[in-house]
Write a protein that binds this ligand. Structure first.
Ligand SMILES: NC(=O)C1=CN([C@@H]2O[C@H](COP(=O)(O)OP(=O)(O)OC[C@H]3O[C@@H](n4cnc5c(N)ncnc54)[C@H](OP(=O)(O)O)[C@@H]3O)[C@@H](O)[C@H]2O)C=CC1
Ligand SMILES: O=C1O[C@H](COP(=O)(O)O)[C@@H](O)[C@H](O)[C@H]1O
Length: 688
């Protein structure tokens, strides 16, 4: 079915015609290489007892017949110039000059599509010369699936098959069920009688499995029921009957093939045809962006994928798919993507055209990117796992933050994901962890890992998180930005947004003092803050060195080093840099201190653009490198730290402290820093 859908998807995307042909008496066409003898057929007699016939051609009923026929057909197609797919022998592709034709064979049924109507006609005539063929015109029915075409795409429906199943179950007159399976069903714990005739159950489920290829609405129920084929109980039979009663309510439900393709971007290497892709017997990669019309996909994911392509980091055979609810034609999708490509692409020039990527139907490695709201993560993963996971290669899923809103919801999300995926398949992404220098920053707090291997590094991260003292309310400041006028311009506050309730207590800023209770960091405060609508958009790690006791300079020269501590700064963004701010003596005969920077500004020291964090993380996920992705125990440890204080804030309805839009945040954050003898970095001179 994968090949059938892929075949139709390509035709839909390219707007190619689809034709169907049928071979009369197909098995009689096969050439027989072996010596096969048969008893004389009824009506033939011989004087010699024991006389048999030697078969020169294949016959129906002969076990070699299907193979002989297919060999003959394949040879004729190859003679015409077709290439037989290595992944699915029933698929043949031809690429001659500008003409492209694809043929899919199921025993004696052939579907044909291509970009040139007259080439299709010529090819049909050729088939007619080779075999006794029936031209059925445009494709309408294949493998029991009704195919309809409109300007919106191709629609597949198994209405007749559905009605046959309902009739066979004797439920044509039954009342339809509203859903295929009961919510909170208990089928795994069924204790009722075992079915006396499990075969009947197996046959029904087998038919439902085939039906679910065009009925995704049945997929979940059928997947559950298929788990009990070995020993079905009466409850399982009843549940299967409910599926059939559900089908009764919507026997003609169809599925559209178009959305799969209409929202895909085409291979950047657009000269590669299916033939070329198919002829390479190498691993291939599909990146499936779920939520392709959204902000994140537009701003980050597609630009990162293009940048990787331009830097030659993507494998030779790759495909990018996009799924979304919004209807978008290819042109609109191309325009959307082109508008947000990163500057590196500009440097090398855009490809001649950005066209639709092809689905070659045999792609072994699949990387799903969930760029969708969290409430549909599990549905998307279930669907990906049941219907689209790779059979031969790996399947990985990148999950975007947020990962829950507290320990409970995060654990529930992990539990649900793990119903369909192993931990190794889940790549929880927080792109800030992929930013240049953020990694170096992480190394500060943790002990040296045994190696840079993902698990060794993540083990150390978990240790740090688990050594952290649970956060107390008195060590937290939350804030919310309010409206502000500056330079004749007015900026709206958070609650001025018409979608936000006027009395909202949602923080848009948080600062916290954290402590790691281990030997290395005993007594050292870690101050963190983050917020929206601040005076600057920065991400950095600052290590402030405490002055030594007994400040000789202050005593002798009045210089207060507390106001200008030495600092090591790792600036993650913007303008990546590592710099050391040190107090030094001004050269000369006098004794005057000055504050200087030893500055390693990356843009000056290193040529070339620094890749976006999404590029690095996407590449890591493709390569199976998990070090910068969040493991479930790491996530759990992080939530355990913050959940109690979040709960307290909510229960006590703590009002966030207001701060003006574009300011340095609430004043309370400065008191918090002062309490722990720390100065926020944004008070330093490089911010002025
Ligand atoms: N934007 C950002 O910078 C960041 C976003 N994130 C997270 O990434 C995810 C996506 O964010 P963002 O792109 O901003 O969100 P958008 O709202 O811009 O896009 C969401 C995407 O999901 C699709 N979608 C929404 N609901 C459904 C549904 N019920 N069924 C199928 N598809 C659906 C939308 O399709 P359509 O629009 O066609 O309806 C759209 O393609 C969110 O979880 C967000 O929290 C995380 C970090 C940063
Ligand atoms: O996760 C997020 O990412 C976006 C983009 O961040 P950038 O600093 O890499 O551009 C950010 O705008 C958003 O606030 C944050 O939640």
């Amino acid at each position: 079915m994968v090949t059938v859908r892929a075949f139709l998807a390509v035709a839909a995307a390219k707007n190619w015609e689809l034709h169907q042909m049928d071979v009369n008496n197909a098995f009689l066409h096969g050439d027989l290489d072996e010596e096969v003898y048969m008893k004389l057929p009824p009506g033939f007699t011989s004087n010699k007892p024991g006389t048999v016939c030697r078969l020169k051609k294949s016959l129906y009923g002969l076990k070699q017949a299907p193979r002989c026929w297919f060999a003959k057909l394949a040879a004729s197609l190859k003679k015409y110039g077709f290439h037989q797919s290595y992944s699915d022998y029933s698929l043949f592709t031809l690429h001659q000059g500008t003409v492209q034709l694809n043929v899919l064979v199921y025993v004696d049924d052939l579907i044909i599509s291509g970009n040139d109507t007259s080439a299709i006609t010529t090819f049909k005539a050729y088939l007619g010369e080779c075999f006794h063929m029936k031209d059925l015109g445009f494709l309408k029915y294949f493998l029991g699936i009704e195919v309809a075409r409109s300007s919106d795409g191709i629609f597949l429906c198994q209405r007749k098959y559905t009605l046959d199943i309902i009739a066979e179950a004797g439920l044509l007159g039954a009342k339809p069920a509203g859903s295929p399976i009961e919510q909170n069903h208990n089928l795994a714990l069924a204790t009722g009688e075992l079915l006396t005739d499990p075969e009947q159950y197996r046959r029904l489920i087998g038919r439902l499995i085939y039906l679910s290829s065009t009925r995704p609405d049945l997929a979940y129920a059928v997947h559950i029921l298929a788990q009990f084929l070995q020993e079905p109980h009466e409850q399982h039979w009843d549940a299967a009957m409910r599926v059939v009663r559900y089908m009764k309510g919507c026997p003609g439900q169809d599925v559209s093939v178009t959305p799969i393709v209409a929202k895909t971007i085409e291979p950047l290497i657009d000269h590669q045809s299916i033939t070329a892709l198919e002829s390479v017997n190498e691993p291939t990669l599909s990146v499936i962006v779920v939520g392709a019309s959204g902000d994140l996909a537009k701003k980050k994911i597609f630009p990162a994928l293009f940048a990787l392509f331009y830097e030659d980091f993507l494998p030779e055979n790759f495909t990018i798919f996009g799924y979304s609810r919004t209807k978008m034609n290819d042109e609109e999708l191309r325009n959307m993507i082109s508008a947000t490509l990163t500057c590196r692409v500009d440097q090398r020039g855009l490809p001649g055209k950005i066209v639709l990527i092809k689905w070659d139907g045999r792609l072994p490695n699949r990387l799903f990117y969930l760029s969708i709201p969290p409430n549909i993560f599990v549905d998307a993963v279930r669907c990906a796992s049941h219907r689209a996971s790779s059979e031969r290669g790996w399947t990985r899923v990148i999950v975007e933050k947020p990962f829950g809103r507290d320990s409970g919801s995060s654990r529930e999300l992990t539990r649900s994901l793990k119903q369909y995926l192993t931990e190794d398949q889940i790549f929880r992404i927080d792109h800030y962890l992929g930013k240049e220098l953020k990694d170096e920053g992480a190394l500060f707090a943790m002990e040296t890992p045994v190696s840079l291997d993902a698990e060794d590094t993540r083990n150390e991260k978990v240790k740090v998180l688990r050594s952290m003292r649970t956060l107390q309310l008195q060590d937290v400041v939350v804030g919310q930005y309010k409206g502000h006028n500056n330079g004749g311009k007015s900026y709206q506050g958070y609650t001025d947004d018409p979608t936000v309730p006027k009395n909202s207590l949602t923080p848009t800023f948080a600062a916290a003092a954290l402590f790691i209770d281990n030997a290395r960091w005993d007594g050292v405060p870690f101050l963190m803050k983050a917020g929206k609508a601040l005076n600057t958009r920065r991400a950095e790690i600052r290590v402030q060195f405490r002055h030594v006791p007994g400040n000789l300079y202050k005593r002798d020269f009045g210089t207060d080093l507390d106001k200008a501590t030495n600092e090591l700064v790792l600036r993650v963004q913007p303008d990546e840099a590592i710099f050391l701010k040190i107090n030094n003596k001004v050269p000369g005969l006098g004794m005057r201190l000055d504050r200087s920077d030893l500055n390693l500004l990356y843009s000056t020291r290193y040529r070339g653009e620094i890749p976006d964090a999404y590029e690095r993380l996407l590449l890591d996920a493709m390569e199976g490198e998990r070090r910068l992705f969040i493991r479930s125990d790491e996530l759990d440890a992080a939530w355990s730290l913050f959940t109690p204080v979040l709960k307290e804030l909510e229960e006590k309805k703590v009002a966030p402290e207001l701060y003006p839009y574009g300011s340095r945040g609430p004043v309370g954050a400065h008191y918090l820093a002062a309490k722990h003898n720390v100065r926020w970095g944004d008070l330093s001179d490089e911010y002025s």
